[in-house]
Ligand binder design. Structure first.
Ligand code: NAP
Length: 345
């Protein structure tokens, strides 16, 4: 069954948070540019737009408030209803994602599912994580203020290690926040053994994982389990940071790693005319359609600082799910490279 709802219906369903529409393994997309596809975020029952908004870029780009206000309000008007941010997107002396989002759309809070994260009260991911219950409580309170709301729909343990997950204190802190009505659903964001542990523990209703044409390991290693347990799945970096845009190798982190994979993967949509095509058959369209065609994926939180981008990406889904042959060809190229690298490593 394909879910196509008007914005009003989606908000109503989202607020009810319970309706359990079953989705097919290979969902069909909306076919008109103006329509928006919403999927049920696993057992949370929340209905979320397949194209969501990721709040990292606006912080990395130190984006001005006016721009964020414009792009988010425009996207909400057109059907976006999934917004993801984090406690640590934005250095303390820069424009921080949670504050930008709260200022931009806090007054329209009932229109979107809001997701944030805990674990880095000091605002620096990977530096000085703090998983103590006290820090988690303070971080949630701060997020509520910054985002101008009295509750967060989804809160992730942001990359917590296995030791933290097994100790259970951080998870218990989230559960207490849920009991207090400050958050609705527990989530885990991370990879590998940690996210598998989180899924197996059954404490988390949602996971946020890397899923894009460059990183496909979760498709075989995690999604069969999330589907079985009806856990909501959010794809982070769904466009692989759109690295095909760079002529030179970017210097930082994931951008460089993804960029290095373009040539060995040899996807035709990262070559020639497709690079300039902004539509469903172009680089961005194909990359997003691949993610959205993946069984078990519910929402892809594309990062952007550009007003109009959400509309473009949503319209790209009007190209429909990738034909099975094309989808499998992207999988086969990636699996071959993955196997080769494993052998070398
Ligand atoms: N949990 C975690 O540890 C974690 C880690 C990383 C990311 N995340 C989440 O995932 C979200 C998405 O990741 P991300 O922002 O790093 O990467 P991404 O969504 O894969 O890529 C974002 C980049 O793609 C560009 N873009 C978007 N649509 C495009 C299009 N149609 N054509 C060309 N370029 C396009 C954007 O540029 P414009 O500004 O020009 O649109 C932006 O620079 C984050 O914002 C964050 O919410 C979570």
């Amino acid at each position: 069954m394909n879910i196509r709802l008007t914005r009003r219906e989606a908000i109503k369903l989202m607020l009810s948070g319970t309706a359990g529409l079953a989705l097919p393994a290979f969902p069909a997309f909306a076919t008109l540019n103006s329509s928006v596809e919403y999927r049920r975020l696993g057992r949370t029952g929340l209905k979320v737009s397949v194209v969501g908004f990721g709040g990292l870029s606006i912080a990395l780009g130190n984006t001005e408030q006016e721009r964020v206000t414009l792009l988010l309000n425009q996207a909400l008007d057109r059907g976006l209803n999934m917004i993801d941010t984090a406690e640590c997107y934005g250095a303390p002396d820069q424009n921080q994602s949670e504050i930008l989002i709260g200022n931009a759309v806090g007054h329209r809070r009932h229109e979107y599912v809001l997701s944030s994260k805990v674990g880095h009260e000091n605002g620096q991911f990977g530096q000085g994580d703090d998983w103590s219950p006290e820090s988690i409580e303070r971080t949630i309170e701060r997020s509520l203020k910054r985002l101008k709301t009295d509750h967060l729909d989804i809160v992730h343990l942001h990359g917590a290690n296995l030791e933290t997950l097994k100790a259970g204190e951080a998870t218990e802190a989230l559960k207490r926040a849920r009991e207090a009505g400050k958050i609705r659903f527990l989530a885990y964001s991370g990879s590998g053994e940690r996210v598998r542990y989180a899924v197996e523990s059954d404490d988390f209703d949602v996971v946020q994982v890397s899923l894009n044409v460059f990183e496909q390991d979760v498709i075989d290693e995690l999604l069969p389990m999330t589907r079985k347990k009806d856990i909501g799945v959010i794809a982070k970096r769904p466009l692989g940071n759109a690295v095909w845009r760079f002529e030179q190798r970017p210097e930082w982190g994931w951008y460089a790693e993804y960029w290095d994979l373009i040539r060995p993967l040899g996807y035709p949509f990262f070559e020639g005319e497709a690079l300039k095509d902004p539509g469903p058959e172009g680089a961005a369209g194909m990359a997003l359609r691949f993610v959205a065609s993946t069984p078990g994926l519910h929402t892809a939180i594309v990062g952007t600082t550009s007003p109009g981008r959400w509309t473009q990406n949503n319209a790209n889904l009007s190209g429909g799910p990738l034909p099975e042959k094309q989808y499998q060809s992207i999988r086969a190229k990636w699996l071959a490279l993955w196997a080769e690298n494993r052998q070398m490593g």
